[in-house]
Design a protein. Structure first.
Length: 123
């Protein structure tokens, strides 16, 4: 009887089911690596399926790239504000370093998107 209600007591069509925590929704909104599979593990068939899954998920990468570019601009703007307007060197350096790492994430996402767009079959 696989159609029984789950053990947690929530009916499948129940609209009053507990919502997902905000921090988890936020994490899924900004972190793109949760949506992709590792193509270097498993048997040959599992690697092929993982690569095809990643190719199907590549359509979401431009949105993630844009989000991370906005984060980069945000941190560099605040770093510039801290350095010029407030004269705070340490917070400015922290913003610039964080902005650099968010820029690196956006570059990695752009390279992954270009790779998945260019090469239809890896195996």
């Amino acid at each position: 009887m696989s159609r029984d209600a789950p053990e947690s007591g929530v009916e499948p069509g129940d609209l009053t089911a507990p919502a997902e925590p905000f921090w988890r929704v936020w994490w899924r909104f900004i972190w793109p690596f949760l949506y992709f599979r590792d193509c270097t593990r498993g048997s040959w068939l599992e690697r092929v399926q993982s690569y095809r899954h990643n190719r199907l998920m590549r359509r979401h990468l431009p949105g993630f790239i844009l989000k991370w570019l906005v984060f980069t601009a945000f941190f560099f703007t605040f770093g510039h504000f801290f350095d010029d307007a407030a004269g705070l060197v340490i917070p400015a350096a922290c913003c610039f370093v964080t902005g650099t790492w968010t820029g690196v994430v956006s570059v990695v996402l752009f390279i992954a998107w270009g790779w998945l767009e260019r090469f239809p079959e890896l195996y």
